[in-house]
Design a protein around this ligand. Sequence first.
Ligand code: 13P
Length: 287
Amino acid sequence: MLVSAKEMLQKAVAGHYAVGQFNINNLEWTKTILLTAEECKSPVILGVSSGAGKYMSGFKTVAAMVGAMVDDLGITVPVATHLDHGSYDACLQCIDAGFTSIMFDGSKYPIEENVAKTKELIAICKEKGMSLEAEVGAIGGEEDGVIGQGECADPKECKMIADLGVDMLAAGIGNIHGKYPANWAGLSFETLDAIQQLTGDMPLVLHGGTGIPDDMIRKAIDLGVAKINVNTECQIAFSAAVRKYFEAGKDLEGKGFDPRKVLKPGCEAIAETVKTKMELFGSVGKA
Ligand code: 13P
């Protein structure tokens, strides 16, 4: 069932669990995540970065593929197709393409401009029944060639953006995308707590879910995080499994060169990763 992320995240806040956003890269990724969500009876958010959208030939293709798959596979759990870290233009394109949710990453703009653009997009999303995620405080690491510094958002700015009527708010709390360096200081629960105190029931979003220790994830959920983004971890699991397939020479046995056979272990590894995350986030059985 294709829906916006609004209701599933409000339920997550009320029920003290988090919904996973898993980024998709192709048909196999999408199908695997959808089937795993259905098996776990968990709501799910499919994240699409602009780079991944372009790779899959465009946002329209992505929206059409997800819509058709939900239908063909008989997916009954709530599914949102969500633009990840969208520019203003990418947001407009995804609204047009039929996504159910967008993230406007206005963190590179001065706060006044971030506010103005966010307001405009909120108005369009409300009209279309879509949900919108805003970001305050750049989230570090590298994503689509953009490298930010892991920083902590200003809780007052978070409150200001939350009050505009966004459906979910991503705030930097020392998290970064990709693998965490050995000397990473960990999440700033002080910042998260201050943000939550000011923003109340606003679903908070934790980016950079890969490599955050389980106890920190649980504590973040306790403090109001209702959406957790995971991307790199699925990529690592996928490529490690496919590498094993080749290293074992399986592609040279019988029809082992069939792409469906080559990608199967990778898909199984993604499914395992997604399932483990859904269990950790507490979203299993919540659909
Ligand atoms: P990771 O790649 O670190 O899991 O982060 C994903 C993310 O935050 C997507 O927005």
